[in-house]
Ligand binder design. Structure first.
Ligand code: ASP
Length: 729
């Protein structure tokens, strides 16, 4: 380890605060173990993270690309959020088998549903490779450092996994002031086991998202399958449930206010160390633009979903993808303003400057914040254009992405025709089209275009335009432009596309090339590739370089301002306790909610607040089985853990290493925590494990799944083990 980092880590060990921080599990003993144990943890560092014996980390998986799950049985059963499994649940749903509305519970292994493309990744080990990487960079010199680091990383990664089926990736932390290699193992056959109806798993919908008090049973169950010799394998009927290295015990006593708890998972991205101009940009420019674009499309989608069950199913997952961040950004802006984050950042920057100027040999740092400010000002245009491309092309009308998928076919026509492969490629694309049209409604898409077009056209910098799109807009009549676009395209309708693809090859190519969807998509991508991407790339490289220096300066000059590294989708542990909060004057959030609160929110027939009859019945009879406590059934609880997106599905673990809850959200006031975490204000939201067991067992009659889990009760507070009177449905 470099001297700098070592000095910094020693400092951190004595100054770590209880709740802020997403700690790298392999560094716990050096940094925060004492503090964790003082706060109530009963485990040793080795019981949480070890490489020569099984530890808690072996029960934590990266679920798909962006969520977390935990292994909760010795047969590979995993627990994640309903919203993490949502696209899989939706993909199996139809009007006949409406798993979104009614839930899904597999009676046995054979009934579990396969999910092509879904994976579960375990972390095998985490290695600190800072020293080797920094030596490499120093030897190469500034000019060649990037390339040298890339090569060194490849070499170390290759050596680390040679002869194994593992994957290794070296990632920078603290903007390249530290490097860790993460070795992982990925299982590729993950099947759907159980999901409550949306009226439980998504109870409260968008209205309650990011909000407390919360009553969402945001959980779903999957199972990892492996080859008969317990190795990762593609889906096969011969695969068997994974026999995991470790599974979490499920503690049915739950937790009480003040109890030590931790969250183990894969937080996605945070921006704790960005400077005031960067926060200003997010607050004043980026978030408002993205919020407005999403508001436009959500207005259309929400209306359409309410009007038709078919559209509700088709757009459920897409709607969630758009609305989740939309509401988060609104909350984030509110929090950044109320918490005066720009002022706080400016104060740190002043202190930084003062320290740099007053300490010998540190003057070099004095320019850095100013340089960052100029860099942001010079590149605002490119950042804006990129944001509009993301919102319009990737989150806007779907037809653009679909049409762009035909680009290779059109551009490589001559080669494909000469090799005789052209018809085969056409068939491949047409087969893909089936999946696309299954969840596509051209009327909805047309209205999305009409709604987003004025914002895009009037606000997107002119480095990112499409001539075809501009030519359709006459007298600012965006509705007419959208109609003209959809009336002419073959990509909005399966038959029209089929007809075009069945025409003579040359004619087909001509049709596709002239199609407005194809033209707009390719023109936008080209404009981005030519006018924006190179500038944006050099901007972010420069930003990364300057931030790396700023970060190093912070570690040397103001180490008390440095906590854990920003989240980067690697395994982290956050710790805190179960506790409520007074997020602002006059408001107090109690630490947990109960089933009675669901009944208080109940609105018959409402898309967000309807309650299943069976749940009402169980509530009326207070029939909570072994899952109730003091005559109530707890649903969700709050904790002071530092979490972000990607921590969705992370287990909440008690002082003994047992599962007591399932993380799924943060309060509205906490959405700013990706940029600035406040121990006084920020709380994450978790489902109480008893509610998960109650829904699975008493509500859904899938008690065989609860039986499969390893449920325990604290010896001090002995409670009856769950008894199940259930049969499979
Ligand atoms: N609900 C969040 C998400 O969707 C989790 C979080 O950000 O706290 O990712």
């Amino acid at each position: 380890m470099t001297r700098l980092l070592a000095v910094f880590l020693v400092f951190l060990a004595t100054h770590a605060t209880a709740h802020e921080g997403m700690w790298i599990p392999s560094t716990l003993s050096k940094l925060v173990m004492n503090d964790m144990q003082n706060a109530g943890l009963k485990l040793s560092a080795d019981e949480i993270y070890a490489i020569n014996q099984s530890s808690l980390k072996d029960a934590i998986v990266l679920f798909g690309g962006g969520c977390t799950a935990s292994v909760i049985s010795d047969q590979g059963l995993i627990l994640t959020n309903h919203h993490c499994g949502y696209s899989q649940i939706q993909s199996h749903a139809s009007l006949e088998n409406d798993y979104l509305k009614n839930g899904f519970w597999a009676e046995n292994f054979d009934a579990e549903l396969t999910n092509p493309g879904l994976s579960a990744t375990f972390v095998v080990r985490i290695e600190d490779v800072t020293e080797e990487m920094q030596k490499t960079a120093a030897a190469a010199g500034t000019e060649n450092a990037e390339e040298a680091l890339r090569k060194k990383a490849l070499e170390l990664e290759r050596e680390a996994v040679d002869g194994t089926g593992y994957k290794a990736e070296i990632k920078p932390f603290f903007y390249g002031n530290a490097f860790y290699m993460i070795v992982t193992e990925t299982y590729r056959d993950v099947r759907l086991v159980g999901a409550p109806p949306s009226s439980i798993g998504k109870f409260g919908g968008d209205t309650d998202n990011w909000v407390w008090p919360r009553h969402t049973g945001d959980f779903s169950l999957f199972r990892i399958y492996a080859s008969p010799d317990n190795q990762p394998a593609d889906y096969s009927e011969d695969n068997v449930p994974l026999s995991p290295k470790r599974h979490l015990k499920v503690n049915t006593d739950g937790v009480e206010e003040g109890d030590f708890t931790m969250i183990f998972g894969f937080p996605g991205r945070t921006f704790q160390y960005i400077t005031s101009p960067a926060v200003e940009y997010i607050l004043e420019t980026e978030n408002p633009a993205r919020i407005a674009m999403r508001e436009a499309s959500l207005g259309v989608i929400d209306r359409a979903m309410e009007a038709s069950d078919k559209t509700r199913i088709q757009y459920a997952s897409k709607q969630s993808r758009i609305s989740n961040a939309y509401k988060k950004w609104i909350g984030q802006n509110m929090g950044l303003k109320e918490f005066d984050v720009i002022e706080k950042k400016k104060k740190t920057e002043e202190a930084f400057l003062k320290a740099a100027m007053s300490q010998k040999g540190m003057e070099g740092y004095s320019q850095i914040v100013g340089e960052l400010a100029s860099l942001y000002a010079e590149n605002e245009k490119y950042q804006n254009a990129r944001n509009y491309l993301i919102e319009f092309y990737y989150y806007g009308p779907e037809i653009l992405r679909f049409a762009a998928g035909f680009r290779d076919l059109v551009e490589n026509y001559d080669t494909l025709a000469a090799s005789g492969k052209f018809p085969e490629e056409v068939d491949k694309l047409f087969n893909l089209a089936d999946g696309y049209f299954k969840d596509y409604n051209s009327e909805v898409d047309r209205d999305i275009l009409a709604a987003q077009l004025p914002l895009f056209h009037q606000n997107c910098p002119d480095v990112l335009t499409s001539e075809t799109l501009n030519s359709l807009i006459k007298n600012d009549n965006y509705g007419a432009a959208s109609d003209a676009f959809y009336d002419k395209t073959v990509f909005a309708d399966r038959e029209a596309l089929e007809k075009a693809l069945k025409s003579k090859e040359k004619k087909m190519i001509k049709t596709l090339k002239a199609d407005p969807a194809y033209c707009v998509a390719t023109e936008l991508l080209d404009a981005y590739g030519e006018n924006v991407a190179p500038a944006y790339r050099s901007f972010s490289n420069e930003e990364e370089g300057l931030m790396s220096v700023y970060m190093k300066g912070l570690m040397e000059l103001l180490p008390e301002k440095v906590n854990s590294p920003d989240a980067n989708s690697t395994l982290r542990l956050s710790y805190g306790k179960m506790e409520g909060v007074k997020p602002r004057d006059g408001i107090a959030y109690t630490p947990y909610t109960t089933l009675s609160g669901i009944m208080a929110k109940y609105i018959p027939g409402d898309k967000e607040f309807d309650v299943p009859a069976k749940l009402m019945e169980l509530h009326e009879k207070a029939d909570y089985g072994p899952y109730g406590k003091d005559g109530e059934l707890r649903v969700c609880f709050l904790g002071s853990h530092h979490t972000t997106g990607g921590n969705s599905g992370s287990p909440t673990i008690n002082a003994r290493g047992e599962l007591v809850g399932l993380n799924f959200d943060r309060t509205y006031e906490s959405t700013m925590s990706d940029i600035m975490f406040s121990e006084e204000i920020c709380r994450n939201i978790m489902v109480d494990v008893n509610y998960i067991l109650f829904i699975t067992d008493k509500f859904a009659g899938a008690g065989h799944l609860v039986e499969e889990m390893d449920t325990v009760s604290n010896p001090v507070k002995k409670r009856p083990q769950p008894v199940h009177e259930l049969k499979a449905k």
